[in-house]
Design a protein around this ligand. Structure first.
Ligand code: HEC
Length: 116
């Protein structure tokens, strides 16, 4: 008969493996852009992305603004910031896939898209 200690030690081995697997699966998911936006961008761009006139942040929900900017420009702005404005660079704070997810998120704020 197996001793309970042996069973227990086996459990101790299995538990961390299950945890590792679970966190690995989560890392493979898309980053939570809404959460990142709320944490790192909303204080200047507004929780709804509409911006604040006082610091001249653009209205991300405005279809005209959406048309005026390419995905590449959004990526570049997030990475490098905008010189001479309060828009800070995030190249060393966000991963590539987080930046890509933010671009999608910003696009999803387009009020024209929401109507569809
Ligand atoms: C400290 C305030 C601040 C924070 C934090 C901030 N921004 Fe900005 N952002 C600005 C300002 C101000 C502008 C407008 C700059 C200008 O005058 O063209 C701007 C502009 C932008 C633009 C438009 C660029 C363009 O050329 O029109 C994008 C896209 C953008 N920010 C994305 C983000 C994202 C994504 C985050 C979070 C990861 C973020 N910003 C965090 C202040 C901020």
């Amino acid at each position: 008969m197996r001793s309970s200690a042996a069973v227990f030690s086996r459990l101790l081995l299995v538990a961390p493996c299950a945890l590792l697997l679970a966190s690995g699966l989560r890392a493979a998911d898309e980053p939570d852009a809404a959460a990142i936006f709320k944490q790192k961008c909303s204080m200047c761009h507004g929780a709804d992305g509409k911006g604040f006139a006082a610091i001249k942040t653009p209205d991300f929900t405005d279809p005209k603004w959406q048309e005026s900017i390419t995905d590449e420009k959004i990526v570049e702005t997030i990475k490098n910031g905008k010189k001479g404005t309060p828009m800070p660079p995030f190249a060393d704070k966000l991963k590539e896939d987080e930046i890509q997810a933010l671009v999608k998120y910003i696009r999803s704020l387009n009020s024209e898209k929401k109507k569809e």
